[in-house]
Design a protein around this ligand. Structure first.
Ligand code: SAT
Ligand code: MN
Length: 595
């Protein structure tokens, strides 16, 4: 054990509001039987000591200190490389509360199953108590949690991804309430792996995985599954959305929240670099968040959003000087890489980065293309948001940023045009609810299969989707100044199998149209599925696109859309009577317009 890490065996912070926390830690320790208990203060020396300890035992491998100072490589167990949706449960007294969109277990069964796994699992290990705050530490929209874990890798990641340590503990002491997350990597045995949520108890139990959203409990488990449940009760929204600020040449900044499934380019859009002509004209892009958005109505009726996270857990493959220079600049130092490859001079490497040939693959084997990609397709970087050159100063604003537009998008090779606008809020909710996307490597299972992923929340909504859609509809109140809602598809392909739209920085053109729609400056034409840009009102100057490609990009094929809407209607109906009639009626309205 490294002496530099101070272990406060048995001793815990004072303060009567913390009785609740102390008691839970005592119970967790009695169950898991750790050798040591360490209360994390989130300090630099603590982080340094943890890293040193992990380097000593091989959990972290140092990377080239000249090119990537203070950066580390972690190789996870090869059977523990992504979220496991089939092992993720929502445990509510009534099955209906969790809905058909979740795997369900009764709380009693869930606790019994998990506690049997946790019994004695930390013998010979240290139990870390990780107090954290999701959101700026002084924000009324922020919420706190405490993760108990036996993984120092998880502690180090939580320190980057959340406001972790003493300040969070002080807020918990003031407020007295927090989300409890109990985590152990167990034996990293896929047969003994479960992630369970108990929303009524604000509790998470996760066993057997050390990877991403399975283990960094502040992220998907707290900030989405538990928070979505809290948000419904308290009148706000916890969403799987990036938040980006677009500054126009007049210096006005419009904030946009956009929902895309995991590994569909949220990080790239949040850090977009404007095309040269836009840069020269004075456009700027500000990153507030790349994955999660909490928003609530402000006194002026607008929705105000915070990013509950403090860092990025970004997908490495595909990140390059072309696709995302801001991300690349962010990860030159102080970064934890997980499951990437390395070059012969020990620099992190992944497919799509550049033309170098890696020396070792993500499992540490000599690189051999016969073994598949050198970096795991779901390999990641963990880095503080403060290191991002485009990080918005408003990201730390306790009041959040006002949202002008909400964007839904998926990965659709055909059918769905580059952009369309919803007719109104109810139609916007339908557009979100009927989202479909091809699956990615962010979760285990087949990749590239089209599935319904409403609001990109299929893996993350902590309650019945029917109730969730009703909650969304409920924001349409007198006096509300709701954002306009749009749908985008960067991934439409032509008959030759090539993407029709160049994407990346050029996506700003689409955001510009949205902002001009919000300002009432750009015009649209009505199509049965929503409003499309009126030719001449969408800036394509310099894109070099043929009229034919443009027509393909915006084409709405009524026959194919009728099939899509038959499927959407059936999907909505599959939720039974709880599905809001308003939404089914809205789908019927679109279907009628297509006939
Ligand atoms: O593994 S995570 O859930 O944290 C990342 C993602 O899938 O969005
Ligand atoms: Mn995500």
């Amino acid at each position: 054990m490294n002496a530099a890490v101070s272990f406060i065996d048995g001793k815990s912070p004072a303060g009567s509001q913390l009785d609740n926390l102390n008691q839970w830690v005592t119970e967790a320790a009695a169950l898991t039987q750790p050798d040591h208990i360490h209360w994390c203060d989130g300090s630099d020396p603590e982080y340094a000591a943890l890293v040193q300890q992990m380097q000593a035992d091989g959990t972290l491998l140092p990377l080239n200190p000249d090119t990537h100072p203070d950066s580390w490589l972690h190789r996870s167990s090869p059977s523990d490389v992504a979220r496991v949706e089939h092992l993720t449960f929502v445990c509510t007294p009534e099955r209906d509360a969790a809905g058909p969109n979740n795997h369900w277990m009764s709380p009693a069964d869930g606790h019994a199953q998990m506690d049997a796994l946790f019994a004695g699992c930390m013998r010979g290990r240290t139990l870390y108590v990780v107090p954290y705050c999701m959101g700026p530490i002084d924000s009324p929209l922020a919420r706190c949690g405490v993760e108990i874990t036996d993984s120092p890798y998880v502690v180090a990641n939580m320190r980057i991804m959340t406001r972790m340590g003493a300040a969070a503990l002080a807020r918990i002491e003031r407020e007295g309430s927090f989300v409890k997350g109990l985590h152990s990597i167990g034996e990293l045995d896929p047969e003994r792996r479960f992630i369970m949520h108990f929303p009524e108890e604000l509790t998470i139990k996760s066993f057997g995985s050390g990877y991403g959203g399975n283990a960094l409990l502040g992220k998907k488990c707290h900030a989405l599954r538990i928070a979505s449940h809290q948000a419904r009760r308290e009148g706000w929204l916890a969403e799987h959305m990036l938040i980006v600020g677009i500054e126009n040449p007049q210096g006005e900044v419009h904030y946009i929240a956009a929902a895309f499934p995991s590994a569909c380019g949220k990080t790239n859009l949040a850090m977009l670099i404007p095309p040269q002509s836009y840069r020269e004209a004075g456009w700027k892009v500000w990153t507030v968040g790349d994955d999660i958005c909490w928003m609530r109505p402000g006194a002026d009726g607008r929705l105000y959003a915070i990013n509950p996270e403090a860092g990025f857990f970004g997908v490495a493959p595909g990140t390059s000087e072309k696709s995302n220079p801001n991300a690349l600049a962010s990860i030159q130092h102080g970064t934890i890489f997980t499951n990437v490859a390395v070059t012969d001079d020990n620099q992190p490497w992944w497919e799509g980065l550049d033309k170098r040939v890696p020396a070792k693959d993500w499992q540490g084997r000599d690189y051999d293309p016969a073994n598949g990609p050198a970096a795991h397709p779901n390999s990641r970087f963990t880095v503080s948001a403060k290191q991002c050159p485009s990080y918005s100063p408003r990201a730390e604003d306790p009041q959040g940023v006002p949202i002008s537009a909400i964007v839904f998008g998926g990965r659709r090779a055909s059918l769905v045009p580059l952009v369309f606008e919803a007719r109104d809020w109810t139609h916007g909710v339908l557009v979100g609810a009927s989202m479909g996307s091809e699956t990615t490597a962010a979760a285990t299972g087949a990749v590239g299969v089209m599935r319904r992923d409403p609001m990109a929340m299929k893996p993350f909504c902590g309650y019945n989707f029917a109730d969730y859609f009703a909650h969304w509809l409920s924001f349409d109140q007198p006096g509300a100044k709701l954002p306009k809602v749009f749908h985008v598809n960067w991934f439409r392909k032509g008959e030759d199998g090539q993407f029709l739209w160049p994407g990346f920085g050029e996506n700003l053109r689409v955001l510009e149209w949205m902002i001009e729609r919000v300002q009432g400056r750009a015009e649209a034409i009505e199509a049965p599925i929503g409003l499309l840009p009126k030719p001449g009102h969408f800036n394509l100057q310099g894109v070099g696109m043929t009229a034919e490609t443009l027509a393909d990009l915006f084409k709405v094929d009524p026959d194919a859309w009728r099939d899509e809407f038959d499927e959407i209607s059936e999907y909505l109906r599959s939720y039974g009577p709880a599905m809001p009639d308003e939404l089914c009626a809205e789908a019927q309205r679109t279907l009628a317009a297509l006939s």
